[in-house]
Design a binder for this molecule. Structure first.
Ligand SMILES: [Zn+2]
Length: 179
């Protein structure tokens, strides 16, 4: 299947393969549509490739979901404070909600980046999710164990995403070499 994996050059019709930056015949630079068409061909030809892309997509959706949950839960806790507390206490609560929003913004940004640049997107989202927990754990080590199952689930989905990104890159490179 791999030997037939090419799309015609938009200019001269010569076959363009993965890894080409320009047409080997007329040197027209390979455009975005051609790259997407190649990707679609590989998608159609390989169940494995489709499975990898699904795992990458799932990791992106997880970032988006957890990001939104951070805002929702943080907001619910903050706005359901029944009575005005002491000034210092309100400040701490506001700062906590602010931190939740910052974490959420990082994760949602990561999910958005994932669509075009999965590796960067997952990295941004993972850092946004993990760094605050590490900081908190440095102050209060036991907090790291809170919600352990949930955290393990998030880590598994993210790691699956990273592995799938590496596998998809290897597959594209193999297709590029196999022409
Ligand atoms: Zn050409």
């Amino acid at each position: 299947m791999t030997t037939t994996l090419n799309v015609p050059c938009i200019d001269c019709g010569a076959p363009i393969h993965f890894g080409d930056t320009e047409c080997p015949a007329c040197f027209t630079p390979v455009d975005k549509e051609t790259l997407e068409a190649l990707d679609t061909r590989l998608d159609a030809a390989s169940n494995d490739y489709r499975a990898m892309k699904t795992r990458i997509l799932e990791a992106g959706i997880l970032l988006l979901t957890v990001g939104l949950l951070h805002v929702a839960v943080g907001g619910f806790v903050y706005f359901s404070i029944p009575e005005p507390h002491a000034e210092a206490e309100r400040f701490v609560m506001g700062a906590t909600f602010g931190a939740d929003c910052a974490v959420a913004a990082g994760m949602i940004l990561g999910a958005w980046l994932c669509r075009k640049h999965p590796r960067h997107g997952l990295a941004v989202g993972t850092v946004a999710w993990l760094v605050p927990q590490m900081l908190l754990a440095a102050v209060a080590p036991l907090t790291f164990l809170e919600g352990g199952l949930w955290k393990a689930f998030v880590i598994v989905v993210l790691v699956r995403g990273y592995v799938a990104i590496a596998q998809a890159e290897r597959l594209r490179a193999a297709v590029a070499r196999s022409r």
